[in-house]
Design a protein. Structure first.
Length: 87
């Protein structure tokens, strides 16, 4: 595997893979940020096409690449995430 350079939160786009401890746990639905103030709150995550929109806060995001972001959350912890703000 080629090591990808870690990127800024501004590189996150809808559709980015969200990878947890056990592998892919969903995809980014929305970036939760104040772009003008350069404040990153986190992302909303969707698990499956019709799954609920859940929020992963910035403090749970460990690394960002051009097509994925990593979190230390496990599948059971994802089930307990709150609904995404503004969603």
């Amino acid at each position: 595997m080629v090591d990808e350079e870690a990127l800024s939160w501004r590189a996150i786009k809808p559709g980015h893979k969200v990878l947890g401890r056990e592998g892919q746990i969903g995809t980014v639905h929305r970036v939760l940020a104040d772009y003008g103030a350069d404040i990153f709150h986190g992302v909303s995550l969707r698990r499956g096409l019709l799954g609920p929109e859940l929020e992963i806060t910035a403090d749970h995001i460990e690394r960002i690449s051009s097509d994925s972001l990593w979190t230390a959350l496990g599948a059971h912890e994802v089930e307990d995430l709150p609904a995404a703000r503004g969603g």
